[in-house]
Design a binder for this molecule. Structure first.
Ligand code: JFZ
Length: 478
């Protein structure tokens, strides 16, 4: 038993929560484990599996598109496809154009520092060569290759951390497919199955950065057993909050899907974000976010102190969608100039944004992420620290003129008439040490993307009320 594991157990016994404390020193072992993740700030999520063959559609109805936020990888359940019929998709899954080097190369070009791919989603199909079941990509498909192994090796080669998503409770093949909401606890033989697969993932694929458990629901004791197995086999592997084990087992928390925090988060938090509505590949859902939209969500997430895990839903042929490649390249161009305002930063010093945008920080630096340019200057209040210098990250040689009243906490940075970046322009401020802020300064502006989710939920509720037959008729009449 490693001393890290003993330390974690002690923390638990002492009732100390190891989750939610971003402040260094609260839990040295956890701080050490989390160091790469806190530096990274940005990763690639990948939802890929048998559902990709269907592209969200079943018998003429697009469950991915019509269902708005609920997603193509849920099609087995949404369309009521039997285990037997769904399993026949394995014979059609042959992604011959898949190249781990391309996917990892694109992630690296975008400035992503870690990758998390679905090793087994709710449909129960294993995307790795498991000995626990023949229902896996090596034994059941004509492709016969272990994509988890290929991506793990390629990430190590290109210097990214590698992790896997694992659905440890919802499993519509290896458990009761009718128990869609985990109304009953996982039976003992399923718990053994999960432990067997976790052993395989933690033994056969090298050091993992994270196991991204998803939706353990209310079975904390069983979920905690899974967490302890991870700690025993790979003490440095991070455990996601959606394990839903007992206090102190998970290393960090997730925001709700696609939600950027409305204000600064407390502790280590990650936002899973999609480029369109669906996580899994959908043939014709085209609600793609623009480069501006995704960059502004990305930078606001960072300014509120959360990591972003940005999702790709690869095609059944093994290629990323053209829009995904284009977005990754656009983010990469922005990161080439501005990554110092992201890597290793924490949330800004204020619990609110400003009319022009928000702030991230690292020692001796504040970074103003300007989403809405103002040629008469970028002004804010609440900072008592003296600013020694200000400059654009697009032009590090030339300083910008600063007007400041430290007593009143007023700052204005004089800027060029035209924004240097059409999406997010970053101004760096050099200060001495930690920023001194005026606690009484009141926020002038909150920015939350929760409204997108609410509108989506209203849309889904309306569709449900209308009934699928009507939705189908409307679709046919379009
Ligand atoms: C889950 C999955 O059901 C979904 O298919 C996708 O993989 C997503 C990333 O994770 O969906 C969730 C899980 C948890 C929340 C929302 C959606 N949540 O806690 O708000």
């Amino acid at each position: 038993m490693t001393n890290n594991f003993v330390r974690r157990e002690f923390l638990k016994l002492a009732g100390l929560s190891a989750v939610g404390l971003r402040s260094a020193g609260a839990d040295p072992a956890r701080d050490e484990r989390m160091a790469w993740w806190r530096e990274a700030r940005f990763g690639m999520f990948i939802h890929w599996g048998l559902y990709s063959v269907l592209g969200g559609e079943w018998k003429g109805f697009d469950y991915g598109k019509e269902m708005g936020g609920s997603s193509a990888e849920w099609i087995m359940l949404r369309a009521g496809i039997s285990r037997e019929e769904y399993a026949t998709l394995a014979k059609q899954f042959n992604p011959v154009k898949f190249k781990a080097q391309e996917w990892v190369g694109l992630a690296k070009e975008a400035g992503m520092k870690y990758m998390v791919i679905t090793s087994k989603h709710h449909d129960g199909f294993s995307m790795f060569g498991s000995k626990m079941t023949k229902y896996n990509i090596v034994d059941a498909t004509p492709f016969r290759r272990d994509v988890i192994k290929e991506l793990a090796q390629e990430c190590r080669r290109q210097g990214l951390r590698f992790g896997v998503y694992y659905s440890h409770c919802r499993d519509w093949y290896n458990r009761d497919p009718q128990d869609r909401n985990n109304e009953i606890p996982p039976p003992p033989q399923y718990v053994s199955f999960v432990k067997g697969q976790l052993r395989e993932l933690l033994t056969n694929y090298g050091p993992l950065g994270v196991i991204w458990f998803d939706t353990g629901d209310k079975y904390a004791d069983i979920n905690t057993e899974y967490g302890r197995l991870v700690q025993q086999l790979q003490p440095q592997c991070l455990i996601s909050g959606r394990l839903q084990g007992r206090e102190g087992v998970s290393d960090y928390q997730q925001e709700g899907d696609r939600r950027i925090p409305a204000k600064r988060v407390n502790g280590d938090v990650e936002t899973p974000m999609t480029l369109r509505d669906n996580w899994g590949y959908d043939r014709d859902e085209n609600n793609w976010k623009s480069d501006k939209d995704i960059l502004q969500r990305f930078t606001l997430t960072a300014c509120r102190g959360a990591n972003m895990l940005l999702n790709m839903g690869p095609q059944p042929d093994g290629l990323l969608a053209p829009q995904e490649i284009s977005s990754l390249k656009a983010i990469g161009r922005w990161m080439k100039v501005n990554s110092e305002a992201i890597y290793g930063t924490t949330a800004g010093p204020f619990d609110y944004d400003f009319e022009w945008g928000s702030i991230s920080q690292k020692p001796d630096r504040l970074y103003l992420h300007v989403l809405k340019w103002n040629p008469s200057g970028i002004a804010f209040h609440g900072l008592k620290s003296k600013i020694n210098r200000a400059w654009l990250l697009t032009d590090t040689r030339n300083s910008l003129a600063i007007e400041q009243d430290t007593a009143k906490g007023l700052v204005k940075v004089n800027v060029p008439a035209k924004a240097p970046d059409e999406n997010v322009s970053v101004i760096a401020l050099e200060i001495a040490g930690k920023p001194v802020v005026d606690e009484k300064a009141a926020g002038t502006y909150h920015w939350s993307k929760d409204v997108d989710i609410r509108l989506n939920q209203e849309k889904i509720a309306k569709q449900k009320a209308m009934g699928w037959r009507q939705v189908l008729r409307d679709k046919k009449n379009k």
